[in-house]
Write a protein that binds this ligand. Structure first.
Ligand code: ZN
Length: 175
């Protein structure tokens, strides 16, 4: 198979490279949000973000481990293909800001987890390789768990949403 035709859908190595990039970015973003919550003295929300960051770091480490068993691929940053979804580095453009409310931070975390899920689900749906499909399905299920965790946390802490800034668009909240 020539290099040009390798995609996450047909190459486990390419898929793992995308997964590791995605999880690393997500973990970084969650840590930034945790730092913001520290500034607000919101220990509870900070703990949520540190937990999510931990999941991302763990996942990236697991994927790195699994990458040892596949033929390595080198992918330039501009060659990453997120399949029409939001690239992790694009969503990271909206940086954590210390003035950000807990509600806004939670929505950002939710969006990060949701876009990770959507990426894996889309790879699973388009997989041309059984291993890719299996891993992508498993990863999508994990991300669905994270999405559920954030939603449940928000539901149990409605006070966190009282701070919702006026210009925030609730349409961004996935169903
Ligand atoms: Zn996650």
């Amino acid at each position: 198979m020539s290099k040009a035709t390798q995609t996450a859908s047909n190459s486990l190595a390419v898929f793992f490279a995308h997964s590791r990039a995605l999880e690393t970015e997500a973990a970084q973003r969650h840590l930034e949000l945790a730092d913001v919550m520290d500034v607000h003295n919101n220990e509870e929300a900070a703990a949520v973000f540190r937990k999510l960051a931990g999941y991302g770091e763990q996942h990236a480490a697991q994927v790195s481990e699994m990458m040892r068993d596949v033929e390595p691929v080198r992918i330039a940053p501009w060659d990453f293909d997120w399949g029409g979804g939001e690239a992790p580095e694009t969503s990271a453009m909206e940086h954590a800001d210390y003035r950000m409310s807990a509600a806004h931070a939670l929505q950002m975390a939710l969006r990060t987890e949701q876009s990770a899920h959507d990426y894996y689900a889309q790879v699973a749906a388009s997989a041309e390789d059984d291993d890719v499909r299996r891993y992508a399905e498993a990863f999508a299920a994990e991300e669905a768990e994270h999405v559920r965790y954030v939603r449940e946390w928000i539901a149990k802490h409605p006070g966190a949403l009282d701070e919702l800034p006026r210009d925030d668009d609730p349409a961004h909240m996935p169903e």
